[in-house]
Unconditional design. Sequence first.
Length: 249
Amino acid sequence: MATRLLNGRRRRPSPDAMTLAQHLGELRRRLIISVIAFVIGSSIAAAFYQGMLNLLQHPYCRANPHHCGFYVTGPLDPLTLRIQMAAFGGLLIASPVILFQIWRFITPGLNHNEKRYAVPFVTASIALFTSGCVLAYSVFPHALEFLRSVGGPSLHQILSPNQYLSLILLMMFLFGITFEFPVVLVGLQLANVVRPGQLLRAWRWAVIGLTLVAAVFTPSADPLSMLVLAVPLISFYFLSIALGKLLGR
């Protein structure tokens, strides 16, 4: 459908009036912009590779201050490590652009009331994901100490940077994803899928379930990390009930 002119400006077609081909074209444009942002972000991250490596290595040096060097066992490991760091940094740098492209793609299909909640929800999602990553980073030294103590004093660790970074990045990602729990729960309440009263009555089962989720989503499996994840999730559960009840009035 051709776009219309209004006050000398071109308006985008209504999402209801857009054809499937136009929706796919819009999606392709957003994906291309996101990919370009990721490539640029990865190039920037590659330039600051050593600083990023030092930052992620810091928890290891806190857990083992006298010996926190990495050892590679294959000729391609340094290249793989640099690519992994560039991809991680590129995704981090490009995330505002990617989120904005997602926002621009879904915004035309939202009504006024949904748009009113969209900005707080997106902002809360970014803040909670970042908080989860920071929390995982801060408790990771304790996780390393626990994993080292499991094998006993006769074992000496020689860590590969690829395996170490895979573990810390996975732990940060999983903590960040689980911290999105209150956003999902509040959204379900606003959509009338569940009601605050139902959630409050099921609080005992929720506490047990969230504790199990914390155990499953903690890659290091150490008790401190599981507790550090479980306590915020349980707190988020009750906070989400209060927010859902407040916003539902």
